[in-house]
Every structure is written in C-alpha cells, then in structure tokens.
Design a protein around this ligand. Structure first.
Ligand code: C2E
Ligand code: CA
Ligand code: CA
Length: 736
C-alpha cells in the first residue's frame, strides 16, 4: 500500500500535465496542417471547377451565338437565293420594279440592304474591276453556288452574296452548259453589323466563308480583341456552302480570375485553419491552466486533510499512516520503534484563563519545540487538542526512548513567551506515555502509548512512563475510579487523616497536616496520589478542596477548644488556585469554624504557583489579607525561581521529601538542604522538612537548623481518633 506521504509527494502530476499539453499542441498542429492541406485541395478543386464552369458557360453562350448567327445567315442566304429566283423568272426586272417587290415583302423578309439592287448585266467578265472579283464571279457561274465577299458600302461594312442567274429552263449539268446559259448575276447586300449583332461584350465573334475553290475568308469580326489565354468555339455551318463561326471569349466570368479565386479559397481556408489552430491552442492552454489549478487545489486539500491547520504538523490520519510505514520497515529490519504520546498538563487552564487565541499560540510554540527535538526521519504530529505524538524510528532510538522523552519534557518545560497580550511567561509541564518495540498495528502502538500516558498522569504528571504489559488494567481502573469519584464526596466516602508536624528544635508537635483519603466501597482506602490527579482532571478537586478546608478547620478548631495550641496545614491544588472562589472558600471555612486565621496554613506547590504567576500573586495576597499562612509545598522539585519567593507573600518552604531522603547519605542532598535552609533564613521564611523516616535524617536536619519537620519517624498520618490519642499522649514532648 502506498503511504499517504508518497501520494502527497507525487503532487500535481507533472507527467500527465506535460502529456496533456503535448496532446493539445498535436491536435492544434494537426488541425492546422489538415486545414491548410484541405485549403490547397479546395483551391485546386475550385480552380478546376471554375475553369470547368467557365468553359461550360462559354460553350453555352458560344453555341447560342452561333445558332443565332446561323439562323440569320440562313435567312440571308435564302433571301439571296430568292433574289436569284426572281431574276431568273424576270431577267428584265427594273430597279424600280425590284424596289416595289422588295417593299412588298413582309418586314421580316426584308433582310437584304434596302434599295441595293444591282441590275443584271451581261457581257464578258472582263468588265469586272478586280481579278479577285472576277475569280469569284467565275466560280459562282461555274458552280451555281453563292459566293460571299465583304466590302464597305455607304460607310457600313457590308456582306455581298453573288449568284449566277441562268436562262430559265436551261440544262445545267456541266460547266459548259452553265457558261452558255449564264444571263447575269444576282447581287444581294447585307448589313454586317445587323448580321453580327450579338450584344456580348466579352465575346469576339468572327465569321468566315469559303467560296468554291478558295480558302476560307474572313467576312467580319465583332467584339473586343481577345488575345492570349482564351476560350474558343469554332463551328462550321453548311448553308449553301461552308461558313465558319469562330467565337472567342475570356475565361473568367467573374471579376476574379480562376487563379485569383482559388488563391482566395486557399487563403480563406488557411485563415480558418489558423483561427481554429489558435482557438484550440488557447482552449488547450486555458484547459491546462484550469487543470493545473484543480491539481494545485487538490494538493492543497490533500495537505489540509493530512495536516493540522493550527500547527502545520501532520494530523492523526497522517501520523497513523507514518506509524504504519515505520512499523512495516521496523518489522523487516527487526528493529524497535517508539511512539511518545504527549499531553500538556493543565492545558485547559490556559484556554480558560487567557482565552483560545492564547491557547492556540501556546500549541503552536509546543509544535515548534517538538520539531526541534526530533530528527528528520521522525514525526511530530498533533492528534487532538493538546495531545501530540512523536514517532521515532530505530535510528533515533540508539539512546533509548527514555532520553528522547526527557528531552521532550525539558523543552516543553521552558517558559513560554506568550507575547504582549498576556505579558508574562508561562510555566507548563507535560506528561508522556511511551510505547516502545514492535506492534501489530499503528493503532495498537498509539493505544499502548496512550495507556502509558494515562499512568504518567495518574502518577502525578510532569513525567514520562514507558508502557508495560498490565498497564491497560491500570488505565481501565483509572477510568472506573473517575466515574466512582464523581459521587464520592456526596456519598461521604472521603475523610481526612492528620499527620502531626513538629518543631525540630523543641521537638514539640505544633499541629497537623490534613491528608485526604477515600474509602472506596469495593477497593478499600485509596490514597490521594491515586485519585487527586483524577479529581484535578475532572475539576472535582474544587468542591472536594472546599470540603477539606471546612472539615480540617472544624477539626482543628475543636482540638483548640480542648486546649491544644495547634495549627493546621491544608493542601491546595493548582486547580483551586485558578479561581477566586478559593478566597471565599477559605473565608467561609474560617468563619464557620471560628478558627483563628493564623492557625491555618495553605500548602501550595511551586508548579501551581508558577502556572499564572500574576493571578497567583494576587490571590495569595488576598489570602494573606485573610490572615492565613502560605507554605510552598514540594519545594525544589519544580524549577523554582528564587525571584518569586519575594513576589509571593510566603511564610514557609516545605522541602521536598526526595531531598530529605538523601540528606544523611549523599553530600549533594545535604548541600542542597543547607542552601535551602540558608535561603529560608535569609528571606525570613520558616523551613520545613517532610518525609523524615530515620533518626540520621532528623539529626542532619537539626544540624542544618531546619525549623520544622514531619515524617513517619515522628508520626504517621492519624485518623481523628488516633490523633485524639496522640494529643492526649503528647505531654511535654514526644520527640525523641
Ligand atoms: P504532600 O503534600 O507532600 O503530603 C505529604 C505526603 O507524604 C503524604 O502522603 C504523607 O502521607 C506522606 N508522608 C509523610 N511522612 C512520610 C514519610 O516519612 N515517608 C514517606 N514516604 N511519605 C511520608 P499522602 O497522604 O499519600 O498524600 C500524597 C499527596 O497527596 C500529598 O503530598 C498532597 O500533595 C496530596 N494531597 C493529600 N491530601 C490532599 C488534599 O486534601 N488536597 C490536595 N489538593 N492534595 C492532597
Ligand atoms: Ca503537603
Ligand atoms: Ca510534599
């Protein structure tokens, strides 16, 4: 299975994006090439089509023109033959009679030139002016055919049709018979403009006639002079002899030549292809851009899905996936890995006191610090709220997970600079549960680390605990206890025991420290180390602490009323100090018990004080105003700054049990106790040693001039009955 990281690292699919871009370019280019190609083919087709159409339309026009001309020619020839027939019948016909005959013709038959009748004349051909005309007339006589010639007559181009007129009834089988029967010539003239009136501007029409025994002669030509490339139609008409009509025309029917037209087709086609090419390119590019954006967004979303938005650390999903990958590698290499489940102690308090923005800022600092502790191959992730996990692979574990856990605790313990709005540095601790080795799954690994964390919390926080089998039961127990604790107070299962405190110089008992106990219906008596952290976690410590104050004050007031000059020390949890209601609770306890305020000492731990130093100082001030004494409990275990000893109005330092345990045996502890006692003396504070278990310790403390003491050696915590007995037995001095 691919890891989520590898999926994420793959990022926008560069390859596919490139392939897609290339595909679009190929498409656009293909369209361009095909388009231009089709334009060329289209232009060629257009070209041939234009030529074809041109030729067709020319052929049509030409044949129309030729037909018209043929009709007119036939009519003219008929007229000429009619004139010959008339003259054959009436050789003596005078010009006037001819005119009369012509005038009587239907208008449509008056095709010859009006009034142009040349009378028949006999005599030798020699009288004809030109030899050419003579030749023509001779061949007309010898063949009986019409001969044609053109000549201008009266300023107009004229066609002349001559024909031989023979004696009526003569046999005309041979040339000789024709020569002998000749009586003259009939001559008909025709207006050429009328004959060749074709009303076509772009056509040139030429009419040729071939007289017998002669080459074809041009009769006339009309229309523009057409040279070079042109279309030609030539038709031979047989109308009493061969006539040739030649029609010439220009190819182009439109204002553009066929080449121009096909170039236009090519140009238009190419432009269209270019536009299409551009369109596809633009489309492709914007599509690519859109896809790139989508991919970018996808990567962003994937990142968001796998990371915590506040700290930028991997989230639970990615952490589990990485743990799974690490486990798989570790299993192959047969190497251990570790998960450190980290929880900030009292994070809720930060949120409650300074608001969520401050809480967020704090978590960001935590995230940054965690990242400084781990190596690149490791992972720091945020699982939820103030819960983080650090995953370590074998390469980071050569020193063991304990050292890393300690390093994490150290960096998280450093003061937090929360910026101007809070204006002070926060002191916070963390608890860590460590799961080490190999597990079946990442879930299992984290679950074990979580159990160890649970144990670390229940053992008093500000520590790490490495998971051991059997811890699950502890965790389950704790969960059960949590539920049971919620009604322990109401069910009156809580009670106080009293451990006497002594003046070490005189050896006299000076009072008691009230210590809480829980008589659990099934489990018997449970110590505060087990259930106080749970009560702090759930907040139950606030009403419980209120009850302890009231109960302890009442009890010591009773003893005092019996004549014992005693003080009472009550432990106050950090959670109680977080609220102004503590001041009211103390006031009420004193008022209800009518206890002298000076007889009450509140024991507050260093870490509780350092949580929110300003608020702590203010509340301590208010408590001092009530007249109670303040002792700093477990002194030396936090990272005490001596400065705050002045800032807080404190009366006593209770030196932590751990130092007392070494006071007789180790020089180091002795030196430390010496320093602390001196410090107390300098600041005019009472010094108090707790956990004195053997006479050597007591001796050493007395040598150091420690003021007060408490411990199993002197007296165990006592229930009320035992305390009564203790007080009774307390004569002049029980201290040995
Ligand atoms: P602490 O304030 O340090 O209380 C003294 C603890 O040391 C008591 O444990 C006491 O029984 C024990 N102790 C006294 N002399 C000796 C000795 O010679 N040797 C050893 N090994 N231990 C000795 P306990 O009663 O189990 O209380 C544990 C802690 O629970 C207290 O530590 C205190 O922090 C907390 N606690 C107890 N009662 C209350 C309470 O009413 N309210 C709050 N907030 N915390 C309490
Ligand atoms: Ca105490
Ligand atoms: Ca203590």
């Amino acid at each position: 299975m691919p890891s989520l990281d590898s999926l994420e690292a793959a990022g926008p699919h560069k390859l596919t994006a490139d392939r897609r871009r290339r595909w679009w370019i190929a498409l656009a280019t293909t369209v361009l090439v095909v388009g231009v190609g089709m334009s060329i083919v289209g232009a060629l087709l257009w070209h041939s089509d234009v030529r074809h159409r041109d030729r067709q339309s020319f052929q049509l026009t030409a044949s129309n023109v030729t037909d018209t001309l043929a009709t007119r020619l036939r009519r003219d020839v008929n007229f000429a033959l009619t004139v010959r027939g008339l003259l054959t019948m009436m050789p003596q016909l005078s010009t006037t009679s001819f005119d009369t005959w012509y005038g009587a013709l239907d208008e449509q038959h008056q095709v010859g030139t009006f009034g142009e009748f040349l009378p028949l004349f006999g005599g030798p051909l020699d009288s004809v002016q030109t030899s050419w005309q003579r030749t023509l007339l001779t061949s007309a006589r010898d063949t009986g055919q019409l001969v044609a010639s053109s000549a201008p007559a009266g300023g107009l181009p004229t066609m002349v049709l001559d024909s031989a007129v023979y004696r009526r009834g003569a046999t005309l089988a041979t040339v000789d018979q024709r020569r002998h029967s000749l009586v003259g010539w009939a001559i008909a003239t025709f207006d050429l403009p009328r004959l060749l009136d074709i009303a076509q501007t772009n056509l040139s029409v030429a009419l040729y006639h071939q007289n017998p025994g002669q080459p074809a002669q041009l009769v006339d030509r009309v229309g523009p002079a057409i040279t070079g490339q042109s279309l030609t139609s030539k038709r031979t008409l047989s109308i009493n002899g061969p006539w040739v009509v030649e029609v010439r025309g220009l190819a182009a029917t439109s204002s553009l030549t066929d080449v121009q037209q096909s170039l236009l087709v090519f140009a238009l086609g190419s432009i269209a292809s270019l536009l299409l090419f551009a369109l596809i390119t633009v489309l492709g590019r914007s599509r690519a851009r859109a896809l790139a954006m989508v991919e970018e967004k996808t990567v962003e979303l994937r990142h968001q899905a796998l990371h915590d938005s506040l700290t930028g650390l991997p989230n639970r999903v990615l952490a589990l996936d990485r743990a799974e990958q690490m486990l798989a590698r570790a299993r192959r290499a047969q190497m251990p890995i570790a998960a450190l489940y980290i929880d900030i102690d009292g994070f809720k308090h930060i949120n409650d006191t300074w608001g969520h923005p401050a809480g967020d800022r704090f978590l960001q600092i935590v995230a940054t610090r965690l990242q400084t502790v781990i190596r690149e191959s490791d992972t720091a992730a945020r699982l939820a709220g103030d819960e983080f996990v650090v995953l370590l692979d074998a390469s980071s574990l050569d020193v063991g997970p304990q050292l890393v856990a300690e390093r994490v605790l150290d960096v998280l313990r450093e003061a937090y600079d929360m910026g101007d709005e809070i204006g002070r540095r926060l002191a916070v601790t963390a608890s860590i549960g460590v799961a080490y080795g190999l597990r079946g799954s990442a879930e299992e690994l984290l679950a074990d680390a979580d159990v160890a964390l649970y144990v670390a919390k229940s053992e008093g926080r500000n520590r790490y605990v490495v998971f051991e089998s059997g811890m699950q039961t502890i965790a389950q127990d704790r969960l059960m206890l949590k539920m049971d604790l919620s009604d322990a107070l109401e069910a009156e299962q809580l009670y106080l025991v009293y451990q006497p405190t002594f003046d070490l110089r005189s050896g006299r008992a000076t009072g008691f420290e009230a210590l809480l106990r829980w008589r659990h219906p099934e489990r018997g008596v449970i110590g505060p180390d087990v259930f106080i952290p749970i009560a702090e976690e759930t907040g139950a410590i606030v009403p419980i602490g209120r009850w302890v104050l009231a109960e302890a004050c009442k009890q010591v007031a009773r003893w005092r009323s019996q004549g014992h000059e005693l003080g009472i020390s009550v432990n106050v949890s950090g959670r109680q100090l977080d609220d102004d209601s503590l001041i009211l609770d103390v006031h009420d306890a004193l008022a209800d018990s009518e206890l002298d305020a000076g007889a009450l000492t509140l024991e507050i731990t260093e870490t509780a004080l350092m949580h929110d130093t300003d608020a702590s100082a203010r509340r301590l001030g208010a408590l001092k105003y009530l007249g109670v004494r303040i002792a700093i409990d477990d002194f030396g275990t936090g990272y005490s700054s001596l400065a705050y000893l002045r800032q807080f109005s404190v009366d006593a330092l209770k030196i932590d049990r751990s130092f007392i345990a070494g006071v007789a045996a180790s020089d180091e502890s002795a030196a430390l106790i010496h320093t602390l006692v001196r410090l107390g003396k300098t600041l005019n504070l009472e010094t108090f040693a707790e956990g004195i278990e053997d006479p050597e310790q007591l001796h050493a403390l007395r040598l150091q001039e420690c003021d007060m003491g408490q411990g199993f050696l002197l007296a165990r915590p006592l229930d009320v009955e035992a305390a009564d007995a203790f007080l009774d037995a307390q004569g002049t001095g029980a201290l040995a």
